[in-house]
Ligand binder design. Structure first.
Ligand code: MN
Length: 199
């Protein structure tokens, strides 16, 4: 059974003007697709080919002989989770249980936004910023390269990709502007609430 690329949950032009169709042509059509192809090539005819993507990520993490498998498997998972974290006319403040939990664990929505933006902007080089459930507490974290909260025993609720390929076509070197736009206009809070609800 080969690993497959989940369909993009919106039209490639649906997030314009914040993220262009051109960005999705490369980010979804080339980068994400290549991770899927690489993962299938690396696991072909091995016992990992029949495992779930999450199992492959956990098995290959911190195993130097499986570094390529980990990097590609985690990047397949991370990108699918990132597409689900986005929606047209998203962003702004959430409501309901997720809003109450953010206020309880961060102090306020503004504090959460500040912490999330700082994590995303200060991740040196390639990586990801996350909102996670750690035990029973919401936390903001950042991970380098392909690493993700699954291997740290945390439940991912939201992510933003801060690899340069995620924003360079639309924002060039201005990562802070991309992250601010993500927070203000793109976060899919319904998806975050669903992740919290099933955690
Ligand atoms: Mn990416």
């Amino acid at each position: 059974m080969a690993f497959s690329q989940a369909p993009l949950p919106f039209d490639p032009s649906a997030l314009e003007p914040h993220l262009s169709a051109k960005t999705f042509e490369f980010h979804y059509g080339k980068h994400h697709a290549a991770y899927v192809t690489n993962l299938n090539n690396l696991t072909k005819d091995t016992e990992l080919a029949d495992k779930s993507l999450e199992e492959v990520i956990k098995i290959s993490f911190n195993d130097a002989t499986k570094a390529g498998i980990f990097n590609n498997a985690a990047q397949v998972w991370n990108h699918t989770f990132f597409w689900d974290s986005l929606k047209p006319s998203g962003g702004g403040a959430p409501s309901g249980a997720i809003a109450e939990k953010i206020n309880a664990d961060f102090g306020s929505f503004d504090k959460f936004k500040e912490e999330f933006k700082t994590a995303a902007v200060t991740q040196f080089g390639s990586g990801w910023a996350w909102l996670v459930l750690d035990g029973n507490t919401l936390k903001v974290t950042k991970t380098p390269n392909a690493e993700n909260p699954l291997v740290r025993g945390q439940v991912p609720l939201l992510t933003v990709d801060v690899w340069e390929h995620a924003y360079y076509l639309d924002y060039q070197n201005r990562r802070p502007d991309f992250v601010q736009t993500f927070i203000d206009n793109l976060i899919n809070w319904e998806f975050v609430a669903k992740q919290l609800g099933s955690a």
